[in-house]
Design a protein around this ligand. Structure first.
Ligand code: C2E
Ligand code: MG
Ligand code: MG
Ligand code: MG
Length: 293
């Protein structure tokens, strides 16, 4: 039997295996992850983000998956914490950035340019070589920096705020956009937020999912929209699963929506089909039609 104590210390997950509790399955997965990178078993799925005002597609979030030969599709919550703990996260993030930028280039070539968002881990923000790596990857793939957005969480920034600030400032200096992911779930101070070179807040999906049944969560969502706008930031809501949620967010003035209502994260080919079908529709799923339902 497996015993894994998971303690969250400043946002970094630390795994401690009990003396008698080696988990062969988990240890095997550790080793596999390094190989998975070399074997190309990691792939990206893409989830669209649309403008609440116009229904227009404004970007995609790239989300990593592991096509494991024995276990099938493994989701990031199962291996990103391990990748952080074992140090594989550096190479993993470079791989994801490369794959996302290669796809961004394909969309550019097809005259379908799209803003692509990539998630960074806490460890990545402590790596002062990251901005240089990102600059190299942008050059290699020939993608303008403005088409790349990096998502970072509040807790990742707070591990070592001064260093994170340096890394983020260097990334912003490249022209890359920055978004605070899972906003509201962490604890960024407002004075800190004001000094970060970010252009977007992404409201944590826990608030968005419960908005309809929890007036206090609806109030939080609305307050984040107002706070962000007052700071000159654009606001995205993740976890938009219903037309009612989309209508509420539109009413709050939230700029962008992402969630199962629009599409689940899917491989690039399926995303292109989704996009093509949507472009053929005479009237797109617009906030107005969502509201009248
Ligand atoms: P995240 O960045 O907050 O990503 C959003 C998560 O919400 C994704 O889970 C997505 O599939 C899910 N989601 C999207 N729409 C809905 C919805 O309407 N309802 C619900 N219930 N969920 C929705 P996923 O893909 O399993 O990713 C989980 C987390 O793993 C991400 O959270 C992110 O923190 C991390 N992650 C994903 N890809 C990467 C990556 O390439 N690198 C790093 N470092 N972390 C990644
Ligand atoms: Mg994200
Ligand atoms: Mg999120
Ligand atoms: Mg998250």
């Amino acid at each position: 039997a497996m015993y894994v104590a998971k303690t969250q210390s400043l946002g970094v997950f630390v795994y401690t295996c009990a003396v008698d509790g080696h988990s062969p399955q988990r240890l095997a997965l550790f080793g596999d992850l390094r190989r998975a990178l070399d074997l190309g078993e990691l792939e990206l799925h893409y989830q669209p983000q649309i403008s609440t005002a116009t229904g227009a597609l404004v970007g995609v979030e790239a989300l990593v998956r592991w096509q494991h030969p024995a276990r099938g599709l493994v989701f990031p919550d199962e291996f990103i914490p391990m990748a952080e703990h074992t140090g594989v996260i550096g190479p993993l993030t470079r791989y994801v950035l490369g794959a996302a930028l290669a796809q961004a280039r394909r969309w550019l070539d097809a005259r379908q340019a799209l803003l692509v968002s990539v998630n960074l881990s806490a460890r990545n923000l402590l790596d002062e070589s990251l901005p240089g790596q990102v600059a190299d990857l942008l050059a290699v793939h020939g993608v303008p920096a403005e088409l790349l957005q990096l998502e970072v969480t509040e807790s990742a920034i707070m591990i070592e705020p001064a260093r994170a600030q340096r890394v983020l400032t260097a990334l912003a200096g490249l022209g890359v956009r920055l978004s605070i992911d899972d906003f509201g779930a962490g604890y960024t101070s407002l004075s800190q937020l004001k000094t970060l070179p970010v252009s977007e807040l992404k409201i944590d999906r826990s608030f968005v999912l419960t908005m309809a049944t929890s007036p206090s969560d609806a109030l939080i969502v609305r307050s984040i929209v107002d706070l962000g706008h007052n700071l000159g930031l654009s606001i995205v809501a993740e976890g938009v699963e219903t037309a009612a949620a989309l209508a509420t967010l539109t009413g709050f003035g939230c700029d962008t929506a992402q969630g199962y209502l629009l599409s689940r994260p899917v491989p690039a080919g399926a995303f292109d089909l989704w996009r093509a079908e949507r472009q053929l529709l005479p009237t797109q799923a617009s906030p107005a039609s969502a509201r009248s339902r």
